[in-house]
Design a protein around this ligand. Sequence first.
Ligand code: SF4
Length: 348
Amino acid sequence: MATTVLLAEPRGFCAGVEMAIKALTWMVKVFEPPVYCYHEIVHNAAVVTAFERAGVVFVDHIDDVPDGSPVMLSAHGSAPEVVAGANARAAVMIDAVCPLVTKVHHEVRRVADQGYDIIYVGHEGHDEAIGAIAEAPAAATLVDPRVGLGGFSAADSRKVALLAQTTLGLYEWEDVLADAVARYPDLWTARKSDLCYATTNRQTAIQRLAEAADVILVVGSENSSNTQALVRVGRNAGVPAYRVDGPGDVDPAWLDGVDVVGVTAGASAPDQRVQDVIAAVDPTNGVELVRVTEEDEYFPLPPQLRRFMATLQALVEGSVACSRPGLEGPIENDRHFSATQALRLLGV
Ligand code: SF4
């Protein structure tokens, strides 16, 4: 049977993941191993394994970083005490938090300072939720979207704020939002949604895939929140949707008798994995792009890294500050250097 692959666009790396992967690649090219990273730099097994091979040690406790080591903090955002701990013990500390996560951290602090009770809609135990709530733990309550507001109660029903993890499913957020608006007519929410552009664009794209595909494969790792959200959005649209980390996870039974296979990827999944999965599907009828929008967001490398590299460049006469080969080229060209190219240097 002839099979067509419908390939979602956009899919895969978002601007925050691009920035974080490139930043950590610079770290492993500049420093002798080990370079420490607090939490997985992004939630993708292939990316994490590549960095481990390149000499990165991932830790879940900042105290596990030996004094004087280079440290990076993950894209998901870290608690203030983690940032302080990393600053205290690191020789060089680079915070690769996504700017859109930082926006939510600012909101948590601001509304807490104004005396609001905060409902933070997110997934229990997720790195991003832990980091955001730690900005104001006395004021913030984590509400799992699968559970809803339940028994949440506010000290003053006129001062309630609703914030969210950036990678929620749109439908998860909308259900809680509707309930919260009904309970608290003066509810404070961010003027620009906390759900990030990459999350919403990828969810819109998978809905388009669901209109035509018989089955959808979502490339991404199990602990990737936005990947899991994509799977749920696909299933909610009435199409069987399966998460796969790579081609080895594709179950031939899913493709049995199927004409059209939708393929997309979470924001932390490398494009090489997507191509490998497409090859495993073997689309004898070809691959068609399903494009819902263009993305041109770009997040510059973390300011600490740019300052550090500028200092190194000043020290190394007339050339680039790389002590190890592979990333030659001025850091100012970062916009034209992709995370996919960076991962190729690490063998992904
Ligand atoms: Fe940033 Fe959104 Fe990407 Fe998360 S998914 S790193 S919030 S752009």
